[in-house]
Write a protein that binds this ligand. Structure first.
Ligand code: 3PG
Ligand code: MG
Length: 395
């Protein structure tokens, strides 16, 4: 892959595909990590005299404009971080985009409106995607792929535009790839992986592949209840994916056969309702009352997990341990974050939700080895899948 040092960008219009898909509360950005992570590549291009055109998706609008998914608040935040005005196009490939790009001087930056306001961006039809890619490509002379969080998507801006323009990989993707390599080739052992989040169905592929690679797999979050059910325990009203129980049982058996240690919580916080002010108590993981639902791993599990992390040499963590947005159910996630900080291992926090969790819970980002901007992208890389956005940047 060519890097931005290998291409001439001075005086050129450079389209940067970033992933500025940040969590919003109304119009307020609740975690700007992905915007901050995108700044160095943009700054480097501006310093080299490029006219920089940034594009991204935000949320999952269905191919037409939806005001709540406008990138306007992101343009404002990007401008603050760059310390320079960001010209904002109110469409992606229309009149506004053309005018904004035409108005850029060397060393100036613009942001296009949400890519997913256009049906062509995510279309499964090659021709429809291609037609949109043609219009995006027409805005620029050079393409830089730097939206790591979206490289697993075969979308026009990720996959089709680089085929139409000279292209290079940005610094953010390059850094993410260096880190992922340390999780796949020459891994320092013990290698512990902590998986959380609500759905086990999102993590099947990665668990499957980690059963041959990790030394320990720790499971928390909503997906834990499917594991507990697979062990024959009552899980009350907790989140449960019944159709995955057999598969999970098979994973537990394979782990045992492979000598992979599978660590499940020994206690959970069980509440009467999905609410911060619901009555809640610590219960044994094998005795969740029928009328309660588990919303976090319990304190003994937090200690157990921290213990299993303490002497690891490599740790990858994806997915919160509980409903960390509600204080009573945030302690498991805190315990794991602290465990990573206290261990001497090379620690990687992967995934939008876990990355946002460590920041919103007030942990210092610099205390971790690496906080990834990619959730699904990191998981699919670890699964060994070929990622369209990386494929497109080869050659
Ligand atoms: C993410 O947040 O996972 C990335 O930005 C990709 O978004 P998507 O899952 O909606 O494609
Ligand atoms: Mg996602």
């Amino acid at each position: 892959m060519k890097t931005i040092d290998d291409i001439d960008v001075s005086g050129k219009r450079v389209l940067v595909r970033a992933d500025l898909n940040v969590p919003l509360d109304g119009g307020r950005i609740t975690d700007d990590g992905r915007i901050r992570a995108s700044v160095p590549t943009i700054e480097a291009l501006l310093a080299r005299g490029a006219k920089v055109i940034v594009c991204s998706h935000l949320g999952r609008p269905k191919g037409a404009p939806e005001p709540q998914f406008s990138l306007a608040p992101i343009a404002a935040r990007l401008g603050e971080l760059l310390g320079a005005p960001v010209a904002f196009a109110t469409d992606t490939v229309g009149e506004s985009a053309a005018a904004v790009v035409a108005g850029l001087a060397d060393g100036e930056v613009a942001l296009l409106e949400n890519l997913r306001f256009n049906a062509g961006e995510t279309s499964k039809d090659d021709a429809e995607r291609g037609a949109f890619a043609d219009r995006l490509a027409a805005l620029a002379d050079v393409y830089v792929g730097d939206g790591f969080g979206a490289v697993h998507r075969k979308h026009a801006s990720v996959y089709d535009v680089p085929a139409r323009l000279p292209h290079a990989v940005g610094g953010l993707i390059a850094t993410e790839l260096d880190v992922l390599e340390r999780l796949t080739a020459n891994v320092q052992r013990p290698y512990a992986v902590i998986l959380g989040g609500s759905k086990v169905s999102d993590k099947l592929g990665v668990i499957d592949s980690l059963l041959d690679k990790a030394d320990r797999i720790l499971v928390g979050g909503g997906m834990v209840f499917t594991f507990l059910a697979a062990q024959g325990h009552e899980v009350g009203k907790s989140l449960l994916e019944k159709d995955q129980i057999d598969r999970v049982r098979d994973y537990l058996a394979r782990a045992e056969a492979n000598g992979v240690e599978f660590v499940l919580p020994v206690d959970v916080i069980a509440a009467t309702a999905f609410a911060a002010d619901a009555d809640h108590a610590v219960v044994s993981a094998d005795a969740i009352p029928a009328d309660r639902l588990g919303l976090d791993i319990g304190p003994a599990s937090g200690e157990l997990f921290a213990d299993k992390i303490a002497d690891a040499q490599t740790v990858f963590w994806n997915g919160p341990m509980g409903v960390f947005e509600m204080e009573p159910y945030s302690h498991g996630t805190r315990a794991v974050a602290q465990g990573l900080i206290d261990s001497d291992a090379f620690t990687v926090v992967g995934g939008g939700d876990s990355a946002a969790a460590v920041r919103t819970l007030g942990f210092d980002e610099n205390a971790f080895g690496h906080i990834s901007t990619g959730g699904g992208a990191s998981l699919e890389y670890l699964e060994g899948k070929s990622l369209p956005g990386l494929e497109a940047l080869e050659g």
